[in-house]
Design a protein around this ligand. Sequence first.
Ligand code: SAM
Length: 275
Amino acid sequence: MAALDGLPPLRDVIQRHGLDARKALGQNFLLDLNLTQKVARTAGSLEGATVFEVGPGPGGLTRAILALGAKKVIAVERDTRCLPALAEISDHYPGRLEVIEGDALKTDFEAMAPEGPVKIIANLPYNVGTQLLVNWILPKQWPPFWDSLTLMFQKEVGERIVATEDDDHYGRLGVLCGWRTSARMAFDIPPQAFTPPPKVTSTVVHLTPNENPAPCAVGNLEKVTHAAFGQRRKMLRQSLKPLGGEALLNKAEIDPSRRAETLSVEEFVRLANCL
Ligand code: SAM
């Protein structure tokens, strides 16, 4: 049966273009177009927006983003085998899909960002996704060039992104994301929704930039979170020793006997500003 957008079912696309999933590229494809629409809808209204999609693969999510009215999709894909399949989508939506062949980790998204709303949507291998997320939330300039990030992760990574103090998943990622963004887990996707199925449940995380995060040097916040969570079970007077230990904690008015996972984002920012 043809899909609602008039393009062939993804299973046929994959077969016709020989897109057998490659483990080295973290390829777990979403073939259910209802599900890809649900992911794309998490980004809110796409009307008039430019969407950067990372890792379009055979194009299931790309098709959903275009069908939901994005003005333009700029998609970065590393696997050249996917390009002919993506060209068919491009022909179906003239002038609305630009595909860039390359490594997203080496792509300057900001330099390509046009005027108007920019949303980023991706289903990526989790290590690439986490690195990109950190790059997108830690630029020197804030607010950033994007209006929202809608990203799929292993559920455990999603839990780390949205975690706050006293949560087992709270760590460096939770502090960095909590400082500059509002992040929420939208919904889970079970392994069997993917072809081939991964080992674990995935989750869709949606982040929007906080307009006025407390002023703080990014490098200092990275230093304190790295040291504090590097030895998360130890008291801060011990884990922060290389950065000034007790003297630093006293200056920030934080009890040196506390542990990293009990500090709020605001307290980490205070520590970073006392460095
Ligand atoms: N978006 C498709 C979907 O939802 O079915 C494919 C998702 S699959 C999990 C990840 C995609 O990212 C693959 O197409 C893979 O080739 C691509 N990819 C992996 N590493 C990449 C990188 N560094 N830069 C760009 N694309 C990458």
